[in-house]
Ligand binder design. Structure first.
Ligand code: PMT
Length: 421
């Protein structure tokens, strides 16, 4: 179940006799590589002790909406933002009804309402409750809003009756949950992503570089592959594992990154520049180690190729998404960069000491983005890079669709004759 590796799952447990089966589910989710936070309704605690879920998930269980300590730590909004997906298993008839009506009077319903991540429900209830028109109507309304229904299964029930209403088995729930990460949003498209830093050689043992870890770019590559795209990841020197179904091309310098991008750009539909490409490189590369002579050392630097600007200039029809990493005046610089480099979209992030909420963004697990496109934009608040990557890709897919539907409205950003696209 590799789709669940590193996924952040909020598991909601509601008041049903099947609540005890959710304990096994937590274990299976963790075995599959997911991180789990459990939210229990009051009803669920009548069936199973929160201690069970705390021990199995390795984290405190979230129980109440109006708990000042919890809200100061990971409150309902933070939980909603933290989650890559929410699975409610078992989902009782009452919970399904409350969700249908947008109630937010307990923690779990509030988290569901405050979240825009994929939501799956695994109903478990008496078979007559399941077949009741009220429940069926609620289920259909939720399904029409994009909520995934997993089950229920048929069979003998705790109440002694037989029929539909049994909680699906853990392996079926895991498989269903994994499906949530296969959006198909970019199926048939080829996406190229640059990630990580570049190294600009000074001498055989030294180089100029930056603190990029590649986490953001690799998260985008993972999300793009899950969205069904063919993905080419041009990676600077980083210690990240290659995501599944991603073609990785390793490079070191900005020039190598540029050459590799150019050599593989044919057939690419969307280009995303998440790499922190060095802007300058030494004019002279010393062939032997530079010796310390006690005095100061001057390095003469020259600009590296601007990969994004060059690619957009050569292929104006290619949908290009850039990043802007700024320590001040983020919005102004980002808008200016988008315009100057002719990008279709730009994702701007605070970096360095100004990025207090995201530990500087370089190398950290979290990030926050301001995303701009022609005539619009969206703020993606602090979240895990994996989560942000999926949100960003959703907006990229939307803008790309519009761009593809109205090619005549594309702005001409260069006089260079396009030789493709
Ligand atoms: O890798 P992580 O540790 O996860 O950190 C993520 C990140 C902070 C590096 C990432 O989110 C990010 O902001 N990447 C872009 C960093 C950057 O170099 O930004 P910039 O504002 O200097 O460059 C603007 C855009 O031009 C970027 O898309 C960059 O890839 C591109 N560029 C820059 C210089 C150059 N010579 N060629 C380029 O294509």
């Amino acid at each position: 179940m590799e789709k669940l590796v590193n996924k952040q799952i909020v598991l909601g447990v509601t008041g049903s006799i099947a609540a005890y089966k959710a304990a096994e589910l937590v274990r299976r989710l963790r075995d599959a590589g997911a991180e789990v936070r459990v939210v229990m309704t009051q009803g669920a605690t009548e069936f199973v002790s929160p201690m069970t879920f705390q021990a199995l998930s390795g984290h405190p269980v979230h129980l109440t909406l109006l708990d000042t300590d919890a809200e100061a730590g990971m409150g309902h909004i933070e939980l909603a933002r933290w989650a890559d997906a929410i699975l409610v298993a078992p989902a009782s008839a009452d919970f399904i009804a409350r969700l249908t009506h947008g109630r937010a009077d307990d923690l779990l319903s509030a988290v569901c309402l405050a979240s825009d991540v994929p939501l799956a429900l695994a109903p478990a209830m008496n078979n007559k409750m399941w077949h009741n028109p009220a429940t069926q109507d609620n289920v259909q309304r939720l399904a029409s809003r994009g909520v995934l229904m997993l089950g229920p299964d048929e069979g003998g029930q705790a109440c002694g009756e037989t029929g539909a209403g049994r909680l699906q088995a853990p392996e079926e729930l895991l498989a269903g949950l994994a499906e949530l990460f296969e959006s198909g949003l970019l199926s048939g498209k080829t996406v190229m992503i640059t990630a990580g830093p570049t190294r600009e050689t000074i001498d055989p043992v030294r180089y100029l570089s930056n603190r990029s870890s590649g986490k953001m770019g690799f998260a985008i590559a993972t999300a793009a592959a899950e969205a069904g795209a063919r993905v080419i990841l041009v990676a600077g020197p980083v210690a990240q594992t290659t995501p599944s179904h991603v073609q990785r091309l390793d490079v070191e310098s900005a020039q190598e990154m540029f050459d590799t991008v150019l050599a593989n750009i044919n057939g690419v539909d969307i280009f995303i520049g998440a790499a922190a490409v060095a802007d300058y490189r030494p004019v002279q590369v010393a062939t032997a180690k530079i010796k310390k002579d006690g005095g100061s050392l001057r390095l003469e630097l020259e600009p590296t190729p601007d990969i994004l600007a060059e690619i957009k200039a050569r292929y104006p029809g290619l949908f290009c998404v850039g990043f802007a990493a700024e320590t001040h005046d983020l919005q102004t610089f980002a808008q200016e960069k988008r315009y100057r480099k002719g990008m279709d979209m730009i994702a701007a992030n605070w970096v360095g000491p100004a990025a207090t909420e995201t530990d500087g963004a370089f190398g950290s697990e979290t990030n926050a983005l301001l995303v701009y496109w022609e005539g619009g934009g969206v703020e993606l608040p602090v979240a895990a890079k994996s989560h942000l990557a999926r949100q960003l890709l959703m907006h990229i897919a939307q803008q790309y669709e519009q761009h593809a539907a109205h090619p005549a409205e594309q702005k001409v950003v260069s006089l260079t004759t396009p030789d493709r696209h």
